[in-house]
Design a protein around this ligand. Structure first.
Ligand code: NI
Length: 177
């Protein structure tokens, strides 16, 4: 297993829609990618990670909403996940993202979502309902697969202010290095 580098905004890989994992890609390599993504998520620490965040352009998501002591109890590896049903009920959630450090924004999410995905081991189709915090994570990670990050859901003012701050910090790094 390996901890992968997490890409931060602004970066083109975070803005491009991910492509499906093809049937012939299931196997040991995909399993390793998933376990590396899990290790990266736990090391961050985070509760979800989408493949574009580690420069992989495919529809792969890992998530684990549990507290550190519960790790693995609610771990999911979602290959080609797709939301197939949503509750009408919405909830506001204050979200953060590993790819947008030091940024938070409240987003209205569906309280429940039903997801269809493929199992990493054999490609078989699975479905399941996710609720509250888990549903928020699912919707956040599916956003990543569409090339949408928190900055895209914020006001133009807030987004520009953040990008200005990041570009200033990058310039400063260059001077020191
Ligand atoms: Ni994120």
């Amino acid at each position: 297993m390996a901890v992968l580098e997490i890409i931060t905004a602004p970066h083109p890989v975070l803005e491009r829609p991910a492509r499906p994992v093809e049937p012939d890609e299931f196997g040991p390599e995909l399993a390793k990618r998933v376990s590396d993504m899990a290790e990266t998520m736990y090391a961050a620490p985070g509760v979800g990670l989408a493949a574009p965040q580690v420069s992989d352009p495919r529809r792969i998501v890992v998530l684990d909403p549990g507290e550190p002591e519960d790790r693995g109890r609610r771990f999911f590896a979602l290959i080609n996940p797709k939301i197939i049903s949503r509750s009408e009920r919405m909830i506001p959630w204050l979200e953060t993202c590993l790819s947008v450090p030091e940024f938070e924004i409240e987003i209205q999410r569906h309280y429940q979502v039903q997801l269809e995905w493929q199992d990493v081991a054999d490609g078989s189709t699975r479905t399941g309902w996710f609720e509250e915090f888990e549903a928020v994570i699912v919707q956040h990670e599916i956003d990543h697969l569409q090339g949408t990050i928190l900055l895209d859901r914020s006001s133009r003012f807030k987004r520009n202010r953040y990008l200005k701050k990041v570009s200033k910090a990058k310039k400063k790094d260059q001077v020191i290095a």
